[in-house]
Design a protein. Structure first.
Length: 304
């Protein structure tokens, strides 16, 4: 492990990534860097699955980073994540601890491990006005035609589609300045469970979080000043619960449609990670149903 800079624990939602990362951190004296595009927001807890208890291992609190770093209502970008990641990464390394990246947002993971050359993209009101006139199917076709790598969540809402097109066009029209970014020697571990188990976990977890107050969480965010349009932008739980609050769908419709959407999201995540493998990334797969001791033993053996 002498030359290893980063360990990445990845996989789709509901496979148990965080608990594996936390137990590994406890063994290696490590700290966790979250790679979740929505857990960056303060106040968005149940809807993003911030299971803080997962960071407590045998009475020891495992340090984590890149969670609760911006206010709900803000539209955080991959560019900002890349910069926030590298600051936290250097801090962990300088203190002699092991950085462990953990999450399921494929674009975020790729951006920091591969060192994407990103830039801050300004708002283009003229372009947005033009795109607002197009039907969603045309927006999807236009984004796909740009042939740049983009996050699957770019297709979740009209606003995401328009922003993704805006970013792609800006990057094509402007010279991307090289930014200082370290070459990170990383090893991937992908946590997997069979499809039926994952589906069962997703559905059970959804009902658990609804009972715990997920609708009330979204109501509180809206009452606190977060625009409904931004709730729709965040997608999944926030999108469908906001639609329910607006009386656009019934409670039962919200639960049913949200459940389907989360299953589809998990499938898109799995597709992304398979593409990573096709692109030459070696992902060591670990059966998520194994006892924790065995999962950690497999990782320790691989990293030497």
């Amino acid at each position: 492990m002498e030359n290893l800079d980063l360990i990445s624990i990845i996989g789709p939602t509901a496979v148990g990534k965080t608990t594996v990362a936390a137990h590994l951190a406890a063994v290696l004296d490590g700290e966790i860097l979250s790679a979740d595009s929505r857990q960056v927001y303060r106040g968005m807890d149940l809807g993003t699955g911030k299971d803080y208890a997962d960071y407590l291992v045998n009475g020891k609190s495992i340090p984590y980073h890149l969670i609760d770093i911006v206010d709900a209502g803000y539209k955080y970008s991959v560019f900002e994540f890349q910069n926030d990641f590298i600051k936290a990464y250097y801090d962990i390394k300088q203190r002699g601890r092991m950085p462990i990246l953990c999450g399921g947002t494929g674009m975020y993971i790729d951006a920091v491990v591969k060192g994407y050359k990103l830039m801050k993209v300004p708002i283009n009101d003229e372009l947005r006005s033009e795109l607002e006139l197009l039907p969603e199917i045309d927006l999807e076709a236009r984004l796909t035609a740009l042939k740049s790598v983009h996050n699957h969540t770019d297709f979740d809402t009209r606003k995401r589609l328009i922003r993704a097109i805006e970013i792609e066009l800006y990057q094509q029209e402007h010279q991307v300045e090289a930014m200082a970014y370290p070459q990170i020697k990383n090893i991937y571990f992908g946590i997997t469970v069979d499809r039926n188990t994952r589906r069962k976990r997703i559905t059970e977890r959804l009902h658990t979080r609804l009972r715990a107050g997920m609708v009330e969480e979204v109501e509180a965010l809206i009452k606190g000043g977060v625009p409904v349009e931004t709730m729709l932008f965040y997608g999944l739980e926030y999108k469908f619960i906001a639609m329910y609050i607006l009386d656009q769908i019934t409670y039962d419709q919200m639960v049913e449609q949200l459940n389907v959407a989360i299953h589809q999201f998990a499938k898109r995540q799995t597709t992304w990670f398979r593409k990573m493998e096709r692109d030459g990334n070696n992902i060591h797969l670990i059966d998520g149903m194994l006892p924790m001791e065995e999962k950690i033993a497999i990782i320790l053996q691989k990293i030497g």
